[in-house]
Write a protein that binds this ligand. Structure first.
Ligand SMILES: [Zn+2]
Length: 99
C-alpha cells in the first residue's frame, strides 16, 4: 500500500489498519490493507494521509489514488453497516486530505 515494494520472503506482507484501531477504526476487511512490516511498524498510529505524505517525502512511489480508493471503500462500508461512529469524522477528514 505504501512503499510499493513487492512482497516476498524478504518483504513479508502484514495487515495494516487504514484507520488505526486507536482512532476507532473497525476490525473489518474494508479497514485492512496490505503493507510491508517496515511501513506497518513505522507508520504506527499515523493517519493514512500523513503517512502517504511521509512516503512521498522519502521518495517512495505511494499511490494516492489507491489510498483514496481504500478510504472510499471503508466509508461505503461504514454507511452500509453502521457503527464505527468514532471513525466517521476521522475518515471524512482523511478523504478531504487525499481528494
Ligand atoms: Zn512498505
Amino acid at each position: 500500500m505504501w512503499c510499493g515494494r513487492a512482497f516476498g520472503a524478504l518483504v513479508p506482507a502484514t495487515t495494516d489498519h487504514l484507520v488505526p484501531r486507536t482512532k476507532g477504526g473497525p476490525s473489518w476487511p474494508e479497514n485492512e490493507v496490505a503493507a510491508c512490516r517496515r511501513c506497518n511498524a513505522e507508520r504506527g498510529h499515523t493517519s493514512p494521509a500523513d503517512w502517504a505524505d511521509e512516503c512521498a517525502r522519502r521518495g517512495w512511489p505511494v499511490d494516492l489514488e489507491l489510498v483514496r480508493t481504500a478510504l472510499e471503500r471503508l466509508e461505503e462500508a461504514v454507511e452500509r453497516r453502521g457503527g464505527a461512529r468514532r471513525a466517521r469524522p476521522y475518515l471524512r477528514g482523511q478523504l478531504r486530505r487525499v481528494r
